[in-house]
Design a protein around this ligand. Structure first.
Ligand code: 6PG
Length: 255
């Protein structure tokens, strides 16, 4: 990809290569993210015949999912796309807190993707078993030895966590396993038992998109973009592009 300076208002590239895309509000972030995801999936299928997308949990991605299912329903090669999850809460798939349930209701039920191409974490299993099962699934679905994700979507918490990689958690130092079970800190709402992809997998992506909207994320965004690799969200770097998509509230004071 040509290293063309991005001169659009609110867009800038950091010294470490990460891109910061500023948008007026959360709706504009969702629209821009959906266009980025759709283009990257098309490019991946054009290059390799298949595309892989890791979805983010939480609430921010819902608007993006809705745009992928509407504006982009016909310009994404859903029949060649494999979907996995960046993390999951250890609950059954129909639980209100399930990231899979959020993705299913806002995206998967509305696009022509074969169920066999969607690989959820079996959150109904005990956490360690769910992580081991998910890793086996990923190695079969993606590649046995090198996880190749074309697009990884991530959110960021007010504490700077991303996926379910929380500050100070030993999972941040995991280099061999692709998925691990963690327990979120006690300031996180239940369910705190989680399964998360590890940094080597997230960092193996061609395109990492980090979504942050709302004033509550402002401090974490500022810290994560400051260039010090302390926060989990600061440590994710894609093989290709790493794009932070922010609304004005989250970007306030992001330097
Ligand atoms: C989760 C997510 C988590 C989320 C952030 C932001 O399972 O909760 O993976 O990392 O992306 O906590 O959550 P919101 O989008 O709800 O603010």
């Amino acid at each position: 990809m040509a290293d063309v300076p991005d001169t659009r208002p609110g867009h800038r590239r950091l010294p470490d290569g990460r891109e910061v895309h500023g948008h007026p509000d959360a709706a504009a972030v969702a629209t821009a993210a959906a266009a980025l995801v759709a283009a990257a999936l098309r490019d991946a299928v054009a290059a390799r015949g298949v595309a892989t997308l890791a979805l983010a949990g939480g609430s921010t991605p819902r608007a993006l999912h809705e745009r992928l299912a509407s504006e982009h329903r016909h310009d994404v090669p859903w029949d060649r796309t494999t979907i996995v999850f960046g993390d999951e809460r250890c609950v059954p798939p129909d639980h209100d807190a399930s990231n899979y349930r959020m993705a299913r209701t806002s995206l998967l039920d509305h696009v022509p993707i074969a169920p066999a191409r969607v690989h959820r974490v079996q959150g109904e299993l005990p956490p360690a078993a769910a992580a081991a099962d998910y890793e086996r699934t990923l190695r079969q679905a993606l590649a046995p030895d090198a996880p190749h994700l074309d697009v990884v979507l991530l959110g960021v918490g007010a504490d700077g966590h991303t996926a379910s990689l929380f500050p100070g958690d030993p999972a941040l130092d995991e280099r061999a396993r692709w998925a691990v079970a963690v327990t979120a800190p006690d300031y996180v709402d239940e369910p705190r038992d989680r399964v998360t992809l590890t940094l080597p997998v997230l960092g193996g992506a061609g395109l990492v998109i980090v979504l942050a909207t709302g004033a509550g994320k402002r401090d974490a965004v500022r810290a994560a973009l400051a260039g010090t690799d302390t926060l989990p969200a600061a440590r994710v770097r894609g093989r290709g592009r790493t794009c932070w998509l922010l609304d004005a509230a989250a970007a306030g004071g992001a330097g």
